[in-house]
Structure formats: C-alpha cells, structure tokens
Design a protein around this ligand. Sequence first.
Ligand SMILES: Nc1ncnc2c1ncn2[C@@H]1O[C@H](COP(=O)(O)OP(=O)(O)O)[C@@H](O)[C@H]1O
Ligand SMILES: [Mg+2]
Length: 365
Amino acid sequence: MNAIAPLTTPAVSVDIQGVNVSYGDNHVLKNVDLAIKSGEFFAFLGPSGCGKTTLLRLIAGFNQADSGSVLIGGKDISGLPPWKRDVGMVFQSYALWPHMTVARNVAFGLEERGVARDEVRRRVALALDLVGLGHLAERRPSQLSGGQQQRVAVARTVAIEPKVLLLDEPLSNLDAKMRAQVRRELRELQQRLGLTTIFVTHDQEEANTICDRIAVMNDGVIQQVGTPMELYERPANLFVANFLGTANIMAGKIVGTGRDRRFEIEGGMQIHVAETSGVPDRAKLVFRPQHARLSPAGGPSQASFSLTCDIIGREFLGSSIRYFARAGATEVAVDMPFQSSRQLFEPGTAAMLNLDYSSVLWLAE
Ligand SMILES: Nc1ncnc2c1ncn2[C@@H]1O[C@H](COP(=O)(O)OP(=O)(O)O)[C@@H](O)[C@H]1O
Ligand SMILES: [Mg+2]
C-alpha cells in the first residue's frame, strides 16, 4: 500500500448512553453505556446472539432503540437516518454488486450521494490504492479472492469518508491464513486514516490482536471494558475470565470466620482466606494455566498453598507442556516450561499443585 494522506476529517468519539433494544419479548440490549474515544479501534466481543450486530446497526441508524441515545462527536444523532450520520458500515456478507466492476462498486455510493464525477474518480482511485487494489479496478467481484472482496467492501465504505467505520465480523468468511493477513491490513489502514473504528467479533484472538480496547458482551449486557491485557489480567467476573483465554475455575464454599476463615474446594481441600483477605463470600478460585506450578507429591510446598492432584494427561507444545490434572472435583490445566524429557509428570501419578495468593483471582458469576 502507498503512503497516502488521510481521506477523512479529524476523528470523532462515539457515546452510547442507556440504550435498550427489544424484539418483542426478547430484551436484546440492556442498559448499554459505552464511551468510545476519537481514533480508537474498539471491539464488541461476545458469543453469537449476544447483541453485537444489533448494537452496531443502532450506531449506523438501521435499528431504533426503545430508550437511550447515540452521540457522535458529542452530538446526539439518535433521530437521524443512516445516510446523515457520517457512519460507514461493512457488512459480514460484503454485499458487493456482482455485475459491477470493482471501481463501479466503490463509485456507486458516491454517485448516489451526488458527488461530482471528477471527485468520484479521485476518491475511487484513492480508496482502492488504500487497500492495495488499484490494479484490479476493472475486475468483477467473482474474479477476486475472498480477501480481495473484503478489501473492496472496505474501500467502498472508506470512499464515502465516514467519521466512524463499523465492521461486522469482517474476517469471518476468510480462511485462517487470510484472516491473519487481512486483520493486520485493517489495523494498518485504521491507523493511517486515524478513523474511529468499531469491530464486531466473537473471536477473542481477533479482538486481542488488533483492537485498542474491547467491550465484552454477554446476553445484551456489557460485562467489562478494557484493553486486551487488562481484561486478561483482571477479569471482572467468571464470564470474562472464561471468554478471554483459558481459565481454571474451582468451585467451593467459605467456612469458618475471622482468621480461621477458609475456602473449602469442592472435593475437600481447604485454603486459608482470612476475613482481611478481601475474598468475597460467593467467589470461585480462578487461575490461568501458567500461574500454577506442579511439584513432586510429598515434597515441600513451593507456594502460598498447595493442593494434591492426580495427573490425568499432558500435551507437548514445544517450549511448554500442558498438563491436565484433577484436584478435588475439578479438572485443571497447568502449563510448565519444557526443560528435559527426563523431568516429566506422568499421567496416573500424584503431584502437588502450587499456587500463590498473588496470582489467583476470586471471582463471582
Ligand atoms: N430483526 C430481528 N428480529 C427479531 N430478533 C432479532 C432480530 N435481529 C436479531 N434478533 C435477535 O437479537 C439477538 C441478538 O442478535 P444479534 O445482534 O444479531 O447478535 P450477534 O451479532 O451478537 O450474534 C438474538 O437473540 C437474535 O435472535
Ligand atoms: Mg452478528
């Protein structure tokens, strides 16, 4: 791609305030509040059906909210139709015209908006150059790969010079290798244009690799907003911990009080959690595979607390080994650095699972 001056005007913020949307009895978005900063690459991340597309269409103006408002650049645009919102949306299906060339596909929206012919030609060339497709302007969509079609869809949207770019699962029709490449290109393009961009995905890796911040959604409710690392290190609840990366979750109950207060893990063992520790009453014990260490059964404890466990399997991953172990009633995954094939824990034997208070989380639903 060439170095080209940005197509767009300065970036704008997007604010969503107290939004509720229902389809009949189905309450799809529940009191959604979000503040997306100017020039930010922001993701809506959550499982299929959680309301991501509905929220994106609301910003674009294709859906109406039952209550709440959408502000772009600080101005309430809730009453405006889509074409007056300075918002461009790339649909999951691309929706290219099959009978038109690439250039005509990109020009179409501009002509509809009454842009002068010379200006249309200039913007089409610019937008196609931006996505590296200038040389394919005369092809038809059927003569392009999936990744190229996806880039035409982006070029077509960028050509209308939106202030906000909305992308609905734009990579889901591409194979794995293409996905990794196109997501890097999207990030590069977004940085170059400095365009406030909202990217919808159900794939945590996609959101983690290209977005500045993520809103994790479940069942129409924003669970947490943060950078990928913040969400991974300090998930607000069990849903977020589970959705971003592998989380071991041990259920149990609090017994005793004061200095004798303990967390009794399902299946028997107990961990001291004094009342001053801040561990809430209804919490579960959560840790990432790399935050636990295994040590030989019967040896000295190597951490704040140790649980006996049974090794039930292992996978060799090169630089590390992932062990599967059962501690009490729970199966957990533990990653250990691989040093030598002579220092392994064998399936069918017992071991100790070592954890530090500083690396475990106590989370509720
Ligand atoms: N036009 C519609 N009419 C009725 N229900 C809808 C409509 N669009 C979406 N829904 C419902 O709203 C919920 C959220 O859908 P959607 O926003 O598409 O989720 P996502 O994009 O996260 O997969 C789902 O339960 C879906 O069935
Ligand atoms: Mg969707």
